[in-house]
Design a protein around this ligand. Structure first.
Ligand code: HEC
Ligand code: HEC
Length: 401
């Protein structure tokens, strides 16, 4: 009986917590998700011989933002994020706050102190100087893509950036602790984002067209010179899957599985989560093993400081995880930046949040290790994987001294 009473108290506490979070930060009207029943848009059929840079760019815009009116979507307070996921990390408009990655602003929007050069011209600069070091580093092929860095023009550099982010890592934007040799950007033609070649060409066309200089609309030619072959039209059905179901703003509901929520809410682009097939590569945020992390976070001096300052309020692991999702700025995990999206409180229903939080609170070091998943180099807790046999042997032999 005592147990039952305890559970009741917890339920009330949790309910109060939700009311606090949702009420304080969003307001009920904003929070209640509105599902639009838009008719599905047909995938654009393209004939590669006749397609104009303008048409490609329009396609690219849709892939990047999920809309051909990204500023309109932004004005409604929603994140304009399409299947390419780029705006999760990159800033395309001054109106957008994200700045965790190199900005991809259009030239007319640039303002000091931002560099006043076009996307194309900047990319052209990239393939000089420091690029040589990456050529040497990956002389036998970069390990995830097999590509040897070989871009010679700005257009080729933009193409290469999508297929092999590690082929050149912008100074200051590499994974912390890797001396700017490892990029946290996902490989765009591989799962989970997995754009088709033509879609990548469309995305690059969009980036180039925004700069306004017609002589630089090279995406398709750049793709062909970079890969040394003709760009093939997408196979039947390729890259169209996303368009088939009606799309409103994404919402996490209690009836969804964890995998569905992680996909819809784009957590996978930034986090690794044990047991979630789509979330194996994220490198912007911590490994989500909250059974291990959450209790330690609350006890940490950094968290206590945030509580003192009136920013953070969690007293249990469950509250910590809810707070992390609903109010990510309350506490910034040491080693990371305040890079998590801020609008999840508009996108989760209470039961959807329960599904996500329950799952994360069941993941620990053991569940990560079982899948060979490690913490990132910038997580202060350090690696959780046992060192490989070989290097253990080396250290033991003592011939390093
Ligand atoms: C999860 C975050 C993330 C996503 C999603 C992402 N990127 Fe990136 N991107 C980065 C980071 C971090 C860098 C800087 C490190 C590097 O050079 O690879 C970068 C670098 C780049 C660069 C090189 C910029 C420069 O200044 O040289 C380009 C171009 C680029 N991204 C385009 C894209 C496009 C197009 C998409 C969507 C199809 C995309 N990115 C999706 C994180 C991301
Ligand atoms: C654009 C990248 C990005 C996306 C998308 C994102 N996160 Fe995060 N997340 C971060 C970063 C960076 C941190 C660490 C900084 C901080 O504490 O806010 C973080 C921190 C967290 C933490 C705290 C982890 C810990 O161990 O203390 C949780 C929990 C979390 N995220 C859950 C989620 C969930 C669930 C989703 C999807 C609904 C999600 N995140 C989507 C970037 C992201």
């Amino acid at each position: 009986m005592a147990k039952k009473k305890g559970a009741g108290t917890i339920v009330i506490k949790v309910a109060l917590w939700y009311m606090f979070i949702l009420g304080a930060f969003a307001g009920y009207t904003n929070w209640l998700p509105q599902i639009r029943g838009d008719a599905p848009e047909a995938a654009e059929a393209i004939n590669l011989d006749e397609v104009t840079p303008d048409q490609l760019s329009t396609m690219g815009e849709k892939i990047i933002f999920g809309s051909n009116d990204p500023l309109g979507v932004l004005a409604k307070g929603e994140g304009p994020i399409g299947k390419g996921q780029c705006p999760l990390c990159h800033r395309f408009f001054l109106e957008q706050k994200a700045d965790r990655c190199p900005n991809l602003l259009a030239l007319p929007e640039m303002e000091p102190p931002l560099l006043k050069i076009s996307e194309e011209a900047r990319s052209h600069e990239r393939v000089k100087g420091r690029y040589e070091e990456f050529k040497k580093l990956h002389a036998n092929g970069e390990k995830n893509s097999g590509i040897v860095p070989h871009a010679t023009t700005g257009g080729e550099y933009l193409i290469e950036s999508e297929y092999c982010p590690n082929c050149f890592v912008v100074v200051g934007f590499g994974l912390k602790g890797t001396n700017d040799t490892v990029s946290p950007m996902p490989i765009i033609n591989k799962p989970p984002i997995e754009l088709a070649d033509t879609e990548i060409v469309a995305v690059v066309s969009f980036l180039q067209l925004r700069d306004g200089d017609e002589s630089k609309w090279t995406a398709k030619d750049s793709w062909e010179s970079y890969f040394g072959k003709e760009l093939a039209a997408p196979a039947e059905g390729e890259g169209e899957e996303e368009e088939e179901k009606p799309k409103g703003p994404p919402v996490a509901l209690g009836s969804m599985t964890v995998d569905e929520i992680v996909k819809e809410m784009t957590c996978f682009a930034c986090h690794k989560i044990p047991g979630v097939a789509i979330a194996k590569t994220g490198m912007i945020g911590p490994l989500l093993i909250e059974k291990t992390n959450a209790p330690n976070r609350i006890k940490s001096p950094e968290y206590k400081k945030a509580v003192k300052e009136g920013k953070a309020h969690a007293t249990t692991p469950r509250e910590y995880v809810i707070e992390s999702i609903m109010d990510p700025g309350a506490f910034i995990v040491p080693g990371f930046a305040d890079d998590m999206l801020k609008d999840f409180r508009h996108k989760f229903t209470v039961s959807g949040l329960d599904v996500m939080v329950d799952y994360l609170l069941n993941q620990d070091v053991a569940s990560a290790v079982a899948e060979g998943m490690d913490r990132l180099p910038n997580e202060k807790e350090g690696s959780i994987l046992p060192p490989p046999e070989a290097s253990l042997g080396e250290v033991k032999s003592g011939d390093l001294s």
